[in-house]
Design a protein around this ligand. Sequence first.
Ligand code: ZN
Length: 159
Amino acid sequence: MSLQKCQTEGCDGQGCVTLEIIQAPLYEADANRFKVVCCECATSISDEVQKEHGLAKWREVVPVVGLPATIGSGSDSYPAKVTEVSASGKRIKVQRLCYHAGEGHDYFGTQVWVVTDEPEGDERVYTLRKNGRWIQQGDSINGQGIGLGFARAHQNPSF
Ligand SMILES: [Zn+2]
């Protein structure tokens, strides 16, 4: 499966994220509001748009090797990254990343985690289901999903 190039000028990244950018005032639907960009550009564009009180919706994320991911488990989240994508694009392998508390981390308030690579990290397989969600292989369609495009850690302090 080949992806088009990131639409940001001068960027050589793969266009794996379809963004719907809604500028303030939010009710104005611009015909050019869709943009296909790489994951890094999608993140920075989302931040920019938010600063201007607009909205950037991640409409579609096509997994590519190296794409950040977030594994949900109960009320906790674990950072991961995509390490393998099948030819059909409907089956991916993700690897857990390493994370530790960063500066300003507050377990009961704002959690700040520093995420780093973990070459020996646990690998899991996820498949794209009919409902459009990525679920761990072997689990039912209502099983715990995975988020693509960001690698976030969160621990629920009440457990
Ligand atoms: Zn880009």
